[in-house]
Design a binder for this molecule. Structure first.
Ligand SMILES: *Cc1c(COP(=O)(O)O)cnc(C)c1O
Length: 397
């Protein structure tokens, strides 16, 4: 009987998702990640990968990852605190700290885990966390795991942030610390956080600052990220990053004061109770940092591509405003976004629809991510197909 209840619950839930256009049709890529990928045996232009500098299948980085396996094997053997901290972890953490301009860094399994590691480990009962309404899901989940009081400010609204700070400062239950958390670049709209205003308000109300720069690092600020873009080096207390986007790998990290990182090594639960980052990833990650220090050609190419593509999209008359390499084509209705994605795939262009709960209901979009690995010809092909499909859907004339 119990078994039947769950069976029916799932069947109905899945049917509902299909009915309202929220069912994820997950595509399998038959081969490596890159500007073109194989899907259903067809060579398809990839306009929706987070691998925006093209490192995921880069020959030099693959050599480094293989060297990592030769030197350290395939698995770390234990959680970091027992016997699973290998030299490659330490070397990579030191390089990350230096690159971020922070005293120390700690690597964890993913960017998602970085937020769910840091937030509950540091912020406790009596503290207040204020989070931008559009912050990443891993920040929201990290907050749920923390005993601190939680406040949300309207997306990018500095007046609302100040109101919340005033409220918190007048709240007798907040006896501990206050922290403002923001994405550096917002992953679904591509807008850049107003970090100068956040830092100013943090100073005025004696709050800490916390930036998750998954999308900004290796893109903005000549590769150093959103903090450098705003010339705020040294003004952010907690910095979180991912290895899954600009790095083209998989993993996450936290950078900050030496004492903060030392404390996380003692107390952060995913560090204590879950085996650490793949060792070969650490060697590959070092190679990515070195490669970018040798040349910023990829970043220059990324922004060249972004501006070329955005101008063409604007000329078409599509609704796609964004200052960064994340370019959402807004279509609002979930079913239209799904249809557009399906039609584009038929034209050999891969763009996934982004739907609730990733974004609010009725704000569905086809989110395009431009990569440094795309050529002008690739982008022209994409534009031509997007124009064709948008006309067929009546989005443009
Ligand atoms: C993508 C993203 C993450 C998750 O990173 P993973 O390494 O894929 O887990 C976390 N935070 C932000 C802001 C992101 O955009």
């Amino acid at each position: 009987m119990m078994k039947k209840i769950l069976h029916n619950r799932l069947i109905n839930a899945l049917a509902d998702l299909r009915k309202v256009g929220l069912y994820n049709n997950i595509k399998t890529i038959e081969g490596p990640q890159g500007p073109w990928v194989m899907i259903n045996g067809q060579k398809t232009l990839n306009l929706c990968s987070n691998n925006f500098l093209g490192y995921a299948n880069d020959p030099k980085i693959k050599v480094a990852a293989k060297k990592g396996i030769d030197l350290y094997g395939c698995g770390p053997g234990a959680v970091r605190t027992i016997s699973g901290t290998l030299q490659a972890h330490v070397d990579f953490e030191n390089a990350l700290a230096k690159w971020k301009g922070q005293e120390a860094a700690i690597v964890v399994q993913t960017g998602f885990i970085a937020n769910t590691t840091l937030i509950p480990a540091i912020f406790i009962k009596g503290d207040a966390i204020i989070s931008d309404q559009l912050n990443h899901a891993s920040i929201i989940d990290g907050m749920k795991l923390s005993k601190a009081s939680r406040f949300i400010f309207k997306h990018a609204d500095m007046n609302d942030l100040e109101m919340k700070l005033k409220e918190i400062r007048a709240n007798p239950e907040i006896t501990g610390i206050v922290v403002i958390i923001s994405d550096g670049v917002f992953s679904m709209d591509g807008d850049i956080a107003n970090l100068p205003a956040i830092v100013k308000l943090a100073k005025k109300y004696d709050a800490y600052t916390y930036v998750d720069d998954a999308w900004g690092e290796f893109g903005l600020g000549n590769g150093q990220g959103t903090v450098a873009h705003h010339q705020l080096e040294g003004k952010i207390d907690f910095e979180v990053g991912t290895l899954s986007k600009g790095f083209g790998l998989s993993g996450g990290f936290i950078a900050g004061d030496a004492m903060l990182i030392e404390y996380l090594r003692q107390r952060a639960r995913p560090f204590l109770f879950s085996t650490g980052l793949n060792v070969s990833t650490c060697v590959a990650g070092l190679a990515v940092i070195e490669d970018l220090q040798n040349s910023n050609a990829r970043i220059t190419k990324l922004w060249e591509n972004v501006s070329y593509f955005k101008n063409k999209i604007k000329d078409l008359g599509l609704n796609a405003k964004s200052p960064t390499h994340i370019i959402p084509i807004m279509v609002q209705e979930e079913k239209i976004a799904q249809k557009m994605s399906k039609m584009l795939l038929n034209e050999k262009v891969f763009v996934t629809p982004i739907l609730f709960p990733t974004v609010a209901r009725g704000t569905a979009r086809c989110r395009i991510i431009i990569s440094a690995a795309h050529t002008k010809k690739d982008l022209d092909f994409g534009i031509e197909k997007i124009a064709k499909v948008s006309k067929e859907l009546g989005l443009i004339k």
